[in-house]
Design a protein around this ligand. Structure first.
Ligand SMILES: [Cu+2]
Length: 256
């Protein structure tokens, strides 16, 4: 190919530029895009969805009432005493605060970043109690309370930090650079305060709420391990295969 270009190019410099300058970098770009053996990038039209619910089976554990009397401002924020959120069983028999994410099977590629999420300290509780983020996604930490808090994530893989935040103080923006399931967050002032942050390198995760369901959208067709994590009941894996545009239901259960 090159030889032809050069011999033609001798007759016309423009053509030479066209042969050598135009084609080669383009070919290189194509080579660099998909890593060897990587599946093709997902097209939106082919994207699959995995939905499901996390059921709670067996007898509901007794729920602890949190003693906030050490900080009157915290106690005052709750007309009825706040219950622990370690296990929250919804009225429909599902389990709240379960982090569900794609653990493996995704193509090796960069996913578009997600917008910042908010982690609030409100009524001396972290809101939300369990949250998922992508690596390097901004976490805006807010103190809505009329009292001091001290945010102290306890990662094993990411960098640990520990900072106080004055009453209704300026928000802090943080992120975690590496995947980690899960990072507990405590408050050095209020021992009952606890949150959990799940950090993954992609946007395919969700946390169960009041109805105990989760939805993971925009997935490339493929074979996946989907994992549900709960702070008390640990983790469960499920193998899921989704075809282009397919929507599949996967249910987990924890407890009894
Ligand atoms: Cu606190």
């Amino acid at each position: 190919m090159k030889k032809i270009c050069i011999s033609v190019g001798l007759a016309s410099l423009l053509l030479l530029a066209g042969c050598g300058g135009g084609k080669e970098p383009e070919a290189k770009k194509e080579e660099a895009k998909p890593a060897a053996g990587a599946p093709p990038v997902v097209e939106e039209a082919n994207a699959a969805t995995i939905t499901g619910k996390v059921s709670f089976t067996g007898e509901k554990p007794a729920v602890r009432t949190l003693d906030m009397t050490a900080t009157p401002a915290c106690a005052r924020a709750h007309p009825t005493p706040q219950k622990s959120e370690e296990v929250v069983v919804n009225d429909n028999g599902t389990l709240r605060n379960t982090f569900v994410y794609v653990k493996s099977g995704l193509p090796d590629r960069q996913w578009p970043p997600k917008e910042a999420i908010k982690l609030d300290q409100h009524g001396c509780m972290y809101r939300p109690h369990v949250v998922g983020v992508m690596t390097n996604q901004d976490i805006q930490i807010v103190n809505s309370d009329p009292t001091n808090h001290n945010i102290h994530p306890l990662p094993k893989i990411n960098q640990e930090w520990n900072e106080s935040q004055p009453p209704k103080g300026e928000s802090k923006t943080k992120h975690f650079a590496r995947e980690e399931i899960m990072i507990p967050v405590k408050c050095n002032v209020h021992p009952w305060m606890r949150a959990y942050i799940g950090v993954v390198s992609h946007p395919f995760f969700d946390v169960t709420g009041e109805d105990g369901t989760f939805t993971i959208k925009g997935l490339p067709p493929g074979n996946y391990t989907v994992t549900a994590w709960h702070e008390k009941y640990q983790t469960k894996d499920m193998q899921v295969t989704v075809a282009p545009k397919e929507s599949k239901t996967v249910d987990f259960s924890f407890g009894g």
